[in-house]
Design a protein around this ligand. Structure first.
Ligand SMILES: N[C@@H](CCC(=O)N[C@@H](CS)C(=O)NCC(=O)O)C(=O)O
Length: 206
């Protein structure tokens, strides 16, 4: 049995739950982190010393760090389209999974936190503008990648579409003026409408 600790407000938890759904895994989602608390308890710290979600326990195998979890589930239970077995093909998927967090979300995160999770009178407009300007550059790169392929890795939906999908959801949902990105928007519509993403990618952002 697979147990996932976390709440669906967290994009890091969203990608793990979406992956489990894609792979048709049976799991229990234990509310933890953010408004659910629990991450400071000694029991939780024994699972993840960082006190962060997501964490999984798959038949006694405990793992934290969302991208590591997605990779583990994909390699263990997914097919070669979802997560290639060939090392170079897999590296091209890995690249986008990490880019989603380390580049695109690093740039966009401040704008998201200001606009979605900070009271209007406490917002820092300079920070928001700087963050949005940086994120636009990454949205442009993703749009270009999607200009000649259906999904990020090519013609098949893969783990990279999930890790990028949860970040694109925040980007698309931000109430700001953005450059129109037809390829990114077409791809986002396709991946966000998958059954496995139902109840995960919801608006308004929270
Ligand atoms: N790099 C970690 C980041 C995990 C993380 O920052 N989780 C947040 C939610 S997105 C968290 O647990 N925050 C503390 C809390 O919710 O109590 C990962 O990808 O798993």
């Amino acid at each position: 049995m697979l147990t996932i600790w976390g709440g669906l407000k967290s994009n890091n938890v969203q990608k793990v739950v979406w992956t489990a759904n894609e792979l048709a895994l049976k799991y229990v989602l234990v509310p933890a982190g953010m408004e659910h608390g629990m991450t400071g308890s000694a029991e939780f710290r024994a699972l993840n010393p960082n006190g962060l979600v997501p964490v999984i326990d798959d038949g006694g195998f405990v793992l934290w760090e969302s991208n590591a979890i997605v990779r583990y589930l994909a390699a263990m239970y997914g097919d070669a389209n979802f997560f290639p077995k060939d090392i170079r093909a897999r590296a091209l998927i890995d690249r986008w999974m990490d880019w989603a967090n380390l580049q695109f979300y690093s740039a966009m995160g401040p704008a998201f936190h200001q606009l979605v999770r900070t009271e209007a009178e406490k917002r820092n407009q300079n920070l928001i503008e700087e963050s949005l300007a940086k994120a636009e550059k990454f949205a442009e790169i993703l749009d270009r990648q999607l200009s000649d392929r259906q999904f990020v890795g090519g013609e098949h939906f893969s783990a990279a579409d999930i890790c990028l999908g949860v970040i694109a959801h925040r980007w698309i949902g931000l109430p700001t003026k953005k450059t129109i990105r037809p390829n990114l928007e077409r791809w986002y519509r396709t991946v966000s409408q998958r059954d496995a993403a139902k109840d995960i990618l919801v608006f308004p952002l929270r």
